[in-house]
Design a protein around this ligand. Sequence first.
Ligand code: SF4
Ligand code: SF4
Length: 193
Amino acid sequence: MTATTPELIVLTDLKRNPALPDQLVPDHKLRACIQCGTCTASCPSAAYMDITPRQMWRMVNLGLEEEVLHSKTIWLCSICYQCHARCPRGIPLTETIAKLKQMAIQKRYEKYKESTQFYRAFSDVMRIYGRMREVEFMARYFLMTNPFTALGFTNMAVTMLRRGKLKPELPKLGGEGRLDKLFKRVAELEAQQ
Ligand code: SF4
Ligand code: SF4
């Protein structure tokens, strides 16, 4: 499968945020992109993305914030660091994609609601317990998106429970989460940026 060619974008018709590349990476590092395409060639998910990583970095440099935050590309990034390690300009690409995901969640962009809720459910469980609890994570995710989707996973869940691969645990109701302080500190540091 190959990546789909995006529609022609007429820049003058679009709202742009010229500061976007420098908001994401300090010292104008993102602007050093030479459009070599190494990031796309290295990316195991590129064929399934709606814009390739190379195209996305060009769009970021053009300040096309909304188009990038609405793209499927940021959510298909598996944080494998291949592009990050190979970019000839030493741009911290993987960390920057994580920042783009964070921006999309903060701005509540709903196009890929399942992806944002997946991250939200994951970080909620990590904050409360300091470790993953798969049953509660999936329960939270299905409740946030579409509870009926869970029915399609019933057989798999029963098999996993039988084989001891899933451990049902009672959810913690109220009280302080194990990583509350850490999450709070990170939020404070991010607010200062
Ligand atoms: S590998 Fe680096 S320099 Fe090359 S297109 Fe990707 S971001 Fe730009
Ligand atoms: S970090 Fe993301 S964008 Fe970069 S190569 Fe891996 S999946 Fe692709």
